[in-house]
Each structure stands twice: as structure tokens, then as C-alpha cells.
Design a protein around this ligand. Structure first.
Ligand SMILES: NC(=O)c1ccc[n+]([C@@H]2O[C@H](COP(=O)([O-])OP(=O)(O)OC[C@H]3O[C@@H](n4cnc5c(N)ncnc54)[C@H](O)[C@@H]3O)[C@@H](O)[C@H]2O)c1
Length: 365
């Protein structure tokens, strides 16, 4: 058995670990990217107290699913007014962290469309300049704090871009579960299911290895046990901590494997049907489990450590888990016919993430 696992992020975990921001950014000018509720929650004041006059620039209106329409203005304003910042701190969910990943990648001209044109080629590029990123997630879901990827949405033209450079790995991740206490019920569920999806997708993945499997299995066990309990008890600190750690483990797992078919399906479900990311990438998990099962003995053995060796019972267990969290699991529940679903799955199978799915080759043959 051999494996290679690479993750360069200096990762800190713990209740109230946000205070470490002060020592990590000593002598640096800092810009903050955060979510709209952060000021009302007292979070911006707290960060201001920690950083003092080193905090020189704040973006606090990041909306869910960063879209080119909003990013263009934020990006150009940032490079005009905050070009002397050394570090960008993202404190928020995946939307704030991905927005920060876009901001730190500077183009020659300082124009956002230059970056978009580079992304549209789909080829690797070396950015003209890049800032350092520190990510402190306030949701337990995306794992973006330990991955190099940022998803950029273009709802007007119904497409998405993926940004991924060596410099978009965060330098430091601070996972402080205390920041997650205020996450509302629906977002707690959708982000927790995003993490479940990351863990499962890293297992039914052609890039899986024993190290990513270990992280994924541990994350899945925690999420199956904790998420329904947390949904009923949102202020439970122990459950918030366990979900924060589970999302981190899932993030680390897929930081090495990338995602697979359920995520490939999710992009269209978000762009065309407006589903929240976590619901879009988890409603199909029972179906994708069925497509993965029987493709590869080692992958089956790993999945069976969670679900036992009866596929139908495994799918039922996953369906019941999602239904208990009030997530519908069939395409028809979202107004999509069987034929449309078939076409969507076939198309998703051909996407970059779909090709990571272990059943992809077999089904496309
Ligand atoms: N880069 C990656 O590896 C990766 C992985 C998965 C998802 N994503 C991206 O992440 C985005 C979704 O991120 P998300 O699921 O974390 O949701 P989000 O960041 O969009 O946040 C969801 C909502 O919760 C609010 N919120 C966040 N933290 C809060 C808190 N502590 N208290 C109260 N409200 C809070 C936000 O303002 C927002 O309204 C999508 O754009 C998705 O594409 C990226």
C-alpha cells in the first residue's frame, strides 16, 4: 500500500482560536473579506480589536455564490485601494473565502476581465502578483480553508469558472467553531451536507488513497451522527466543534482527490434551479452511491465500512438521513423529469469533476 498526501496549509483548530490572527499577521497590513451579517454579530469589531490599525481595508458585502457581476467591482476597487496590503483575511463561509482567493490573484492591469479571460482558457497561468491568504471559516462545510480552489459563478451566462493556482492555497487556516454558533438552521444543514458530499466524493474517486480515505471515513461517521442532533440543538458547542472538525477532515480529504459526480451534477442544479450549494451536491448522494457500488472492490470495501454490504440498505440509510434533514432526494422533487435527469447525469459525467468518478469510464463506454 502506498500513498502521497500533500496539503501546505498551516492549520489551527480550536475554540476561540481566532485570537491567533493577531500574532500570525504581526507587522502586516491586512484586508478583511467577510459576510454581510458579520458586523451585526460584532465580528468586525472583534477583528478590529485584534488587529488595530493594521486592518486597513474591509469588504463586508460578500453575497452567497460569488458572481462575476459582484466580483468585478470588488476586485478592481481592491487593487486600486488596497494594493499595499500584505495579507487578505477571509472570515466567512465558502463565499467569503472564495471571494478572497479571487482578490489575491492580481492581474497586470488590475482589471478583473483580464483574470476572467485567463480562467476562460482553462489553462494554468502565472499571476502578475499575489497576496497571502488567511482563511477562517464561519460555516462547517466547504473546506475552502484547506483547498486551493475557488468557484466563480456567472449566473447571467449560466456558467462557472474554477480558479486554482499554487498561491490560492491559504497560508493559514484558523478553524474556530465558536464562529459557527450563529449559523442559522438551513445553512447549518446545507453546509454540513456539503462536507458529507466532499467526504463521499473523495472515496468514489479515481484519485482516492488510504490517507484521504481515513480522513473521509472519520468525517462521514461524525456527520451522520452529529448533523441531525445539531439541527435540533444549534447552540450546542460540542456538536458545533465536532461538525467543524468533520468539515475540516472532509476538506483535507478532497484537497487531494478533488470532487466527483455529485458535485458535477450540482453546478447545473445551482445555476439552473437555484439550489444552495450544499443541497445541490448532496441530494443525489444516494443515487451516486448506487452508481459507484460494484465498480471497484477497494472502493466498495471502504464504503461498506460505513454502510454495510447491502447496497439497497445503504441507499435507504442515506435517503432517510437526508429526509430527516428535510432534503428531498429525487430529481422529480425538483421538477426534473427522468429523461432530463439522465441527460444531466451524462453531461455531468463528462465534466472535469465527473471524470474523477470511479463509475465514469464504465458508464461512458
Ligand atoms: N473552494 C472550495 O473548495 C469550495 C468547496 C465547496 C463550496 N465552495 C463554494 O462555497 C460557496 C458556499 O459557501 P457556504 O456553503 O459556506 O455558504 P456561504 O458562504 O454562501 O454562506 C451562506 C449564508 O450564511 C451566512 N453566514 C455565513 N457564516 C455565518 C455565521 N457564522 N453566522 C450567520 N450567518 C452566516 C452568509 O452570509 C450567507 O448568507 C459556494 O459559492 C461554493 O461554490 C467552495
Amino acid at each position: 500500500m502506498s500513498a502521497r498526501f500533500y496539503n501546505p496549509v498551516d492549520t489551527r483548530f480550536g475554540w476561540n482560536s481566532l485570537v491567533e490572527l493577531a500574532s500570525i499577521t504581526e507587522h502586516q497590513k491586512v484586508a478583511l473579506v467577510t459576510f454581510p451579517e458579520a458586523r451585526g454579530l460584532g465580528l468586525i469589531d472583534r477583528i478590529q480589536d485584534l488587529l488595530g490599525d493594521r486592518l486597513v481595508y474591509i469588504i463586508e458585502d460578500v453575497q452567497p455564490n460569488p458572481d462575476v457581476a459582484q466580483l468585478r467591482t470588488a476586485y478592481e476597487h481592491f487593487w486600486q485601494n488596497a494594493h499595499d496590503c500584505h495579507t487578505v483575511i477571509a472570515v466567512g463561509g465558502g463565499s467569503a473565502i472564495d471571494t478572497a482567493k479571487v482578490l489575491i490573484v492580481g492581474t497586470e492591469s488590475g482589471r478583473f476581465d483580464e483574470l476572467l479571460a485567463l480562467l476562460a482558457t482553462g489553462k494554468p497561468f502565472v499571476p502578475a502578483r499575489c497576496k497571502q491568504l488567511i482563511a477562517a471559516p464561519t460555516t462547517a462545510g466547504t473546506g475552502s480553508e484547506v483547498t486551493p480552489w475557488a468557484t466563480i459563478w456567472d449566473s447571467a451566462s449560466q456558467q462557472k469558472y474554477s480558479l486554482h493556482l499554487e498561491c490560492t492555497w491559504p497560508k493559514v487556516a484558523i478553524i474556530d467553531p465558536q464562529l459557527m454558533l450563529t449559523v442559522p438552521a438551513a445553512v447549518t444543514v446545507s453546509t454540513g451536507l456539503d462536507a458529507l458530499s466532499h467526504a463521499l466524493e473523495s472515496i468514489w474517486n479515481i484519485n482516492a488513497n488510504p490517507i484521504s480515505d481515513t480522513l473521509a471515513l472519520s468525517a462521514i461517521e461524525d456527520i451522520l451522527e452529529c448533523l441531525p442532533r445539531l439541527h435540533r440543538d444549534l447552540s450546542n458547542k460540542e456538536l458545533r466543534s465536532r461538525m467543524a472538525l468533520a468539515a475540516l477532515k472532509a476538506g483535507l480529504a478532497f484537497s487531494n482527490t478533488k470532487t466527483a459526480l455529485a458535485h458535477s451534477i450540482s453546478y447545473e442544479m445551482t445555476l439552473r434551479y437555484g439550489l444552495a450549494h450544499g443541497i445541490a451536491c448532496s441530494f443525489s448522494l444516494p443515487l451516486v452511491l448506487g452508481l459507484a457500488w460494484g465498480r471497484d472492490q477497494a472502493r466498495d470495501r471502504t464504503l461498506q465500512r460505513i454502510f454495510g454490504n447491502d447496497l439497497h440498505k445503504a441507499q435507504d440509510q442515506l435517503r432517510e438521513f437526508l429526509h430527516r434533514l428535510e432534503v428531498k432526494t429525487e430529481f422529480t422533487d425538483y421538477g426534473i423529469t427522468a429523461l432530463q435527469a439522465r441527460e444531466m447525469i451524462d453531461c455531468a459525467m463528462q465534466g472535469a469533476r465527473g471524470k474523477n468518478f470511479i463509475g465514469s469510464q464504465a458508464l461512458c463506454a
